[in-house]
Design a protein around this ligand. Structure first.
Ligand code: ZN
Length: 108
């Protein structure tokens, strides 16, 4: 019986398969999440695509901190201000979750 293979992730820059999570960079572009190789992301940033992709990868260390801070801020907002403000702060962790759901969970 064939081994269950999880979804294959392709780089939007060179269209080759991304094999490890270490080599994956997820970027937010026009409210959609794009997957790149580390090297491809770097060259995409240098090229004309830098106008349409954000400088900060969704799955980077800085983004993880931002996610943690956003969750805290949203909790504080829900309690002290109101639910609408809290919902805005929840956008960041939601995007982070989408990145994990669409790409990172398929890679080791
Ligand atoms: Zn690539």
């Amino acid at each position: 019986m064939a081994q269950m293979k999880s979804k294959t992730i392709y780089c939007v820059h060179c269209h080759a398969e991304i094999e490890t999570r270490d080599d994956l960079v997820v970027s937010l572009s026009f409210m959609s999440l794009l997957a790149y190789h580390n090297a491809c992301y770097a060259s995409a940033l240098k090229g004309c695509q830098s106008f349409v992709i954000s400088d900060e990868p969704i799955n980077g260390t800085a983004s993880n901190w931002l996610t943690a801070v956003s969750i805290l801020l949203s909790l504080v907002s829900f309690i002290c201000i109101n639910g609408y403000v809290g919902a805005i702060f929840l956008l960041v962790p939601s995007i982070r979750f989408c990145s994990w759901f669409m790409y990172e969970r398929h890679l080791n």
